[in-house]
Design a protein around this ligand. Structure first.
Ligand SMILES: NC(=O)c1ccc[n+]([C@@H]2O[C@H](COP(=O)([O-])OP(=O)(O)OC[C@H]3O[C@@H](n4cnc5c(N)ncnc54)[C@H](O)[C@@H]3O)[C@@H](O)[C@H]2O)c1
Ligand SMILES: O=CCC[C@H](NC(=O)CCC(=O)O)C(=O)O
Length: 490
């Protein structure tokens, strides 16, 4: 495959001037996309173009910006199947799932419009003299960094609210999913965004570093691993004037207690742990099952149902539940994580196996109750660690024993247990009798601890896309009826 113009800078597709990189279908290693990365100089051109476009874009009436964004939504709808296929080819996720991702991208536009008004609208309050007005203004030029696991939906969750608020954007997608980013940018181009309002810089870590460290950006909205997020946080230390929103990983617990319908519990555990081949930030990594008969029954049913999970190519007619992981390396990393747990005292109940040379793995379940030095790492794949417990409070404490705090859940029929769990659990998403994946875009989405920096995304993305401006206003300069003591104005 030959290289092509993959950098969208100032309204033009340009050839990258950096090293060549490529993206492959992780199920069969077929090359999908190849281009040269953007250099630091090209990143600089993108930042300058975004700066130049900022005043005119930011000063348009909201309705005018919305018109362009709605045109993008229409184009997304018209092209949703092509986009779903691209996401599936590049990530390995099955089509049934990537169709929902394309649908979530369309849905994001109406939700972001509502959130813009609700979270950052204009509020006027009368004062004894004049009025107090609250408005919100765009930051300026913002960088958006995306992860590979939702290459369409998650960057879109930063880009749409950022543009609606009046910011201009430089988007740096994951180097593992450049094709999806390119297709998405072509739709923005067709939607008629003025030149420079959105720019795309593609490349590996060097391109990311050039953008993140560029002095000309006013903010950075990042979704990705906790490791990279922490690096960015360190890099932003001492720059209080810049807005940094970090959406990072998790090490998420799911507790089961007193359920009548054990099959329903097994369903919710599988949806929590193995959807997207375990490559969701919200996936359950640790399952707490009660000691005794109920826990035994659920574990036996879980093992049986997990063994039966269908795995296959994204486009198989009989759709699999799990596709390939993102890469052979990511899959090999899961085998290594499983081995590490075994060395620490874990007992494999269902082995995670890897078809070498591809991203395909089978889901694994490992009993870790006796592991004393349990590593607080996010294993970003389909490996579920099981802990048996005899005391609910001790289970909650162990569930909270992580530096992360993204999602947590309770499967149990007793409302009082849930209320107790809700009070004690430490996470930004706490669910009851529902999978802990599949969060709503109409709610805030973010974690605490190593999972985020208190700038929740989804419905609250509007908050980090603009800053509040408070004004006290009166139509004409007017002398007050009563002057302050000691003042005479004649
Ligand atoms: N909380 C959330 O909303 C959320 C959502 C999806 C994924 N995630 C997390 O994302 C991770 C998977 O995504 P990933 O592997 O693509 O993440 P990643 O951190 O490797 O990469 C994310 C982005 O950062 C860039 N990058 C990497 N190193 C950089 C550096 N030193 N400087 C600047 N940019 C750099 C990458 O090129 C990519 O664009 C998982 O940990 C998952 O939990 C979190
Ligand atoms: O991998 C991480 C995202 C998982 C996904 N979350 C969302 O879609 C949040 C909603 C939004 O951003 O609009 C999930 O919970 O499955």
């Amino acid at each position: 495959m030959t290289t092509h113009a993959a950098q969208f800078i100032n309204g033009e597709w340009r050839l990258g001037e950096g090293a060549v990189f490529a993206s492959v279908n992780p199920a069969n290693n077929e090359e999908i996309w190849r281009a040269n990365a953007a250099t630091a100089e090209q990143v600089d051109s993108a930042v300058k173009a975004a700066r130049e476009a900022f005043y005119s874009w930011g000063e348009l009436a909201f309705e005018e910006r919305l018109t362009v964004v709605k045109r993008f939504a229409e184009l997304l709808k018209e092209n949703s199947e092509a986009l779903a296929v691209a996401i599936a080819q590049e990530t390995g996720k099955p089509l049934w799932e990537t169709r929902t991702e394309a649908g979530a991208m369309v849905g994001k536009i109406a939700i972001s419009e509502k959130a813009y008004h609700e979270r950052t609208g204009v509020v006027e309050n009368p004062m004894p003299v004049g009025r107090a007005v609250i408005r919100h203004k765009a930051h300026g030029v913002v960088a958006v960094f995306g992860p590979y696991n939702f290459p369409g939906h998650l960057p879109n969750g930063h880009i749409v609210p950022a543009l609606l608020a009046g910011n201009t954007v430089i988007f740096k997608p994951s180097e593992l999913t450049p094709y999806v980013a390119e297709l998405t940018l072509k739709l923005w181009e067709q939607a008629g965004l003025p030149k420079g309002v959105i720019n795309l810089v593609q490349g590996e870590v060097e391109t990311g570093k050039a953008l993140a460290s560029h002095k000309g950006i006013d903010g950075l909205f990042f979704t990705g691993s906790s490791r990279t997020g922490h690096l960015l946080h360190e890099q932003y230390a001492g720059q209080p004037g810049k807005i940094l929103a970090l959406e990072m990983g998790g090490n998420n617990p799911l507790i089961v207690k007193d359920v009548a319908d054990t099959k329903a519990a097994v369903h919710d555990i599988i949806q929590s742990a193995f959807i997207s081949s375990g490559q969701r930030c919200t996936c359950a990594r640790k399952l707490f099952l009660p000691e005794g008969e109920q826990g035994d029954v659920i574990l036996a049913q879980l093992l049986k149902a997990t063994k039966a999970i269908k795995i296959g190519n994204y486009d198989a007619e009989d759709q699999p539940f799990m596709g390939s992981m993102i890469s052979n390396n990511a899959a090999a990393g899961m085998v290594a994580a499983q081995q590490q747990l075994v060395e620490l005292g874990g007992e494999i109940l269902l082995e995670l196996t890897h078809t070498e040379g591809t991203g395909f793995v089978t889901p694994g379940i490992i009993e870790c109750t006796k592991v004393t030095d349990f590593p607080d790492d996010e294993h970003f794949g389909p490996l579920l660690k099981v802990f048996r417990y005899s005391d609910f409070d001790a289970a909650i404490e162990k569930a909270n024993d992580t530096s992360f705090g993204l999602s947590a859940g309770l499967l149990g029929d007793n409302q009082a247990d849930y209320e107790h769990f809700l009070r004690r659990s430490r996470a930004g998403i706490v669910n009851w009798n529902r999978p802990i994946t599949g969060a709503s875009s109409a709610a805030p989405f973010g974690g605490i601890g190593a999972s985020g920096n208190h700038r929740a995304s989804a419905y609250y993305a509007a908050d980090y896309c603009a800053y509040p401006v408070a004004s006290v206003e009166l139509d004409k300069v007017t002398l007050p009826g009563t002057l302050s003591p000691g003042l005479t104005i004649e």
